[in-house]
Design a protein around this ligand. Structure first.
Ligand code: BG6
Length: 475
């Protein structure tokens, strides 16, 4: 058994999907506060500001803001040694461009991290997880405006200084690359606070705002290391490894193009330079991406200490007859006949996690952390209050097994495993309650019924055993 003795076992959530209390404690509206609820067949909508009468599940979420002590006690009962959450930027800078921070927001996270410390749970903290100030989207068009880089850096600096002795592991932008091959309105708003207006080219917006986010991340990392040289600051990538449909060489090139397109963000975070395959692509497409020499130097000075990523599924692509191999989601995906899918159509591929760990480690040789992996499903609460979520246990067991193999057999350097999400929360893509991930059931559903009470599912006890055995006993 090769998992390190101090391997971090735990779970991950994000502020906007859990906390609720969207206008309490001086918090300002975030981009997730203007996204309506949806479900598997009804996409979320982005409204022009908060409109009365619309359904915004993130406004209340699962009320973690008022339940965090209870939830952290339950995490501790499972034996968590790590807990990933995010700081809602709008609790600290309600509008993003405020002169100074909001003390009540800072205090909330002091209390939250102190609560973790009570149980020796190491916090892993994301600075921007789909919850940028809405004002930044409206007034500046988010990361399209270079001034927003400085606002992010200022926000990061305030957090680094305030929680210098409470938080060691940081992440800058959540799933920064999710927008890469699919710059939809939803993805651009979630990842860069960018609103698409008539006549805009979303792909260009994605590249320019993405570059600005990468600069912001690098500048923040440099400052973070100055504030506390012991900080470990990482990036966070949505890892959906893409396979070639066959061994046909053109399929392999299509796969390479797809991986470049989705993972160039990771190259920049880890190596501090924008790869040539990407600058060549911009030239071919006629995109004049604004980045000056000072910003290029900043990228070099702010590379990451570790790579963190989410892993839910793998994808497949094939040759689509274009020798530039400029892949686009979702049109260039094909089905994988070897895999089953979840009720939301997400392919289930545990071995893909081992493949991903190897791919990233081979590419950069940096330590890694899995900061999201989990199974969204419809749960049934029985009359006796139990939830028998064997499907979730199966999913997690199979993935953890492949993770352990990657460490044990392949020798990758892995810091920890944060499953998504230990307590039921609001889904990010569909904005609903009924897509549940938790070990802890929360009494709240898509009709907004329920009193937010918490109870333990079968998987709760299973994960407790996994942690107690440091991954040896997978049940
Ligand atoms: C990742 C996000 O995309 O996947 C999380 O970082 C999200 O915020 C998770 O919740 C699962 O996706 P979903 O749409 O099922 O909530």
């Amino acid at each position: 058994m090769a998992l390190r003795k101090d391997f971090l076992w735990g779970g991950a959530i994000a502020a906007h999907q859990a906390e609720g209390a969207w206008d309490e404690g001086g918090k300002g509206p975030s981009i997730s506060d203007v996204m309506t609820g949806g479900d598997v067949s009804h996409p979320r909508r982005i409204t022009d500001g908060v409109i009365e009468g619309e359904n915004y599940p993130n406004h209340v979420a699962v009320d973690f803001y008022h339940h965090y002590k209870e939830d952290i006690a339950l995490f501790a009962e499972m034996g968590f040694t790590g807990f990933r959450t995010s700081i809602a930027w709008t609790r600290i800078f309600p509008n993003g461009d405020d002169a100074g921070p909001n003390e009540e927001g800072l205090k909330f996270y002091d209390d939250l991290f102190d609560e973790c410390a009570k149980y020796n749970i190491e916090p892993i903290v994301t600075l921007a997880h789909f919850e940028m100030p809405y004002n930044l989207a409206k007034k500046y068009n988010g990361f399209m405006d270079k001034r927003v880089i400085d606002m992010f850096v200022k926000y990061a600096e305030v957090c680094f200084k305030r929680y210098k002795d409470k938080v060691k592991y940081w992440l800058t932008f959540n799933e920064i690359n999710n927008q890469a091959a699919n710059p939809s309105d939803h993805n651009l708003l979630q990842e860069g606070a960018v609103l698409v207006h008539e006549g805009d080219n979303p792909e260009y917006l994605m590249y320019q705002s993405g570059v600005n986010e990468l600069i912001a991340s690098a500048k923040a990392i440099k400052i973070g290391h100055e504030i506390n040289p012991d900080f470990k600051i990482g990036c966070m990538i949505a890892m959906e490894c893409i396979y070639a449909k066959s061994c046909k060489p053109e399929d392999m090139m299509a796969m390479t193009g797809a991986m470049h397109k989705r993972y160039w963000f990771m190259d920049v975070h880890a190596r501090g330079v924008i790869p040539t395959y990407m600058t060549n692509l911009w030239d071919r497409l006629g995109y004049d991406i604004d980045i000056n020499d000072e910003e290029k130097a900043a990228l070099k000075e702010g590379t990451v200490d570790y790579i963190s990523f989410s892993y839910y599924m793998s994808k497949v692509t094939e040759d689509f007859g274009d020798n530039t191999y400029n892949f686009h989601e979702p049109k260039d995906y094909v089905d994988n006949p070897y895999l089953k899918v979840s009720d939301w159509g997400w392919p289930i591929d545990p071995l893909g996690l081992r493949y991903s760990l190897n791919y990233i480690y081979d590419r950069y040789g940096l330590p890694m952390m899995i900061v999201e992996n989990g199974f969204g499903a419809y749960d049934k609460k029985e009359d006796d209050g139990s939830v028998n979520d064997d499907y979730r246990i199966d999913y997690l067991r199979n993935h953890i097994k492949c993770m352990v193999d990657a460490v044990n057999i392949d020798g990758v350097d892995l810091l920890g495993y944060m499953m998504w999400a230990p307590v039921d929360i609001v889904s990010a893509s569909t904005g609903e309650y009924d897509k549940r991930y938790g070990f802890i059931y929360v009494d709240r559903n898509n009709k907004n019924e329920g009193d937010f009470s918490r109870s333990r599912k079968k998987s709760f006890y299973w994960y407790k055993g996994v942690i107690a055995s440091n991954g040896e006993d997978l049940g």
